[in-house]
Ligand binder design. Structure first.
Ligand SMILES: Cc1ncc(COP(=O)(O)O)c(C=O)c1O
Length: 400
């Protein structure tokens, strides 16, 4: 009898974490590696949030809490949805977990049966398909390529829906492309979903606050109130509030689903860290000015990276609406040979040759379900980005 479960054989470890670890190892061995793999802001959690956490510790708020979140935080989340998204939820429609990741995972475990399909626009965040597999469902990737600016067309969504479709995952702005859907683009998708009442919508709004120029963020239940009763609106404090290590994510949706997700959580991790919940409460209710400051900072970096990458021969880098990623196409590099003699057969080879020859770590597109591309996370200092892009330009100029 095999010791490890059959389920485990269906999934793979996160490739983005693997790239980050590889870059860390090379750095530790003395190489001057620039890591553009990690998906987290490079600056510290705001001081008022850290202070709230310290206060929580001093006040003894260090015990078990209600399994799916303290009432004050649930109320703050309801207020956030009303204020920022025009969505009305009651606290019993809200659940809080250990990061956005646990929220999504709880929802899948609570709802998927063998054979249930989940539509995932590709390229996708690496964890979606594996979470679906772990929960016993079937991921159904649907290509949203560079020709549609990495946005799913209503026709492609319609064609992917079957009687077995349980969820459609929507992520705008997206990891890994940064693509953000306008109200009209989103409405075209929700119109399709209105014709298929058995399909539920999981909206992962993690990058809501990282949008640039005059782009306006919208979430499905806001654009189509008719979907409210079958939408789980997911969000978290990790990216917007520079709180990746605190592990707080949340979602709102129909009471029955929220209750079921709480049951899963009650038998796995129980409540998310009490101290982190008080920190998140301060994040959502305290001063919000730094959200705008961060936006300006990330927009400047996006512009720098997009323009420098587009100067590299063989690279085509679209300008994304949000998040802190770009997802350049490298069709023009495939089939060429690097300065040190590697034939670039695909994006995985491109990424490993770039790391080997120029000490720049990026994540290859195959990991996100669309090739040939790579993902750059530009959540790092301007001068580091400039140096990394100069190295990428040199690498691409050396291809023959
Ligand atoms: C699209 C998307 N959703 C969810 C998450 C998970 O966030 P958390 O760190 O809160 O678990 C991430 C993190 O990279 C993400 O990129």
């Amino acid at each position: 009898m095999a010791f490890l479960s059959d389920t485990l054989s269906r999934v793979k470890p996160s490739p983005t974490i693997a790239v980050t670890n590889k870059a860390r190892e090379l750095k530790a061995a003395g190489r001057d590696v620039i890591g553009l793999g990690a998906g987290e802001p490079d600056f510290d959690t705001p001081q008022n949030i850290k202070d709230a956490a310290k206060r929580a510790i001093d006040e003894g708020k260090t015990k078990y809490t209600a399994v799916d979140g303290i009432p004050e935080l649930k109320q703050a989340i309801c207020d956030k949805f009303q204020r920022e998204n025009g969505l009305s939820y009651k606290p019993n429609q809200v659940t809080v977990g250990t990061g956005g990741k646990q929220i999504l995972y709880n929802a899948f475990v609570a709802t998927l049966n063998a054979g249930d399909e989940v539509i995932i626009p590709a390229p996708y965040w690496v964890s979606y398909p594996d979470m679906v597999l772990l929960a016993g469902g079937e991921p159904v990737p649907v290509v949203a390529g560079i020709e549609t600016n990495f946005k799913l067309s209503p026709e492609a969504l319609e064609a992917a829906i079957t009687p077995k479709t349980k969820w459609f995952i929507f992520n705008s702005p997206s990891n890994p492309t940064g693509a953000g859907y306008t109200r009209e683009e989103l409405k075209a998708l929700t119109d399709v979903l209105m014709r298929h009442p058995h399909v539920w919508v999981m909206s992962d709004d993690m990058y809501e606050h990282l949008v640039f120029d005059d782009f306006e963020f919208f979430t499905p239940a806001q654009v189509e109130p008719g979907l409210y009763d079958r939408t789980l609106t997911c969000n978290g404090v990790s990216k917007a509030y520079a709180m990746t290590g605190w592990r707080i994510g949340y979602a709102a949706g129909p009471v029955e689903l929220i209750k079921a997700m709480g049951t899963i959580q009650s038998q796995s991790t129980s409540n998310p860290s009490s101290v982190s919940q008080y920190a998140a409460l301060e994040g959502l209710t305290g001063p919000q000015q730094f959200l705008d400051d961060n936006k300006a900072l990330f927009q400047r970096r996006r512009d720098l990276v997009v323009s420098m990458l587009n100067e590299a021969p063989g690279i085509n880098c679209p300008t994304p609406e949000g998040a802190f990623y770009v997802y350049p196409d490298i069709s023009g590099c495939i089939g060429k040979t690097s300065a040190k003699g590697t034939v670039i057969t695909d994006d995985e080879v491109f990424a490993s040759a770039l790391l080997e020859e120029e000490d720049v770590a990026v994540v290859f597109g195959a990991a996100f379900g669309l090739s040939p591309n790579f993902r750059v996370s530009y959540a790092t200092a301007d001068e580091v980005l400039r140096e990394a892009c100069t190295r990428i330009q040199r690498f691409c100029s050396g291809l023959t």
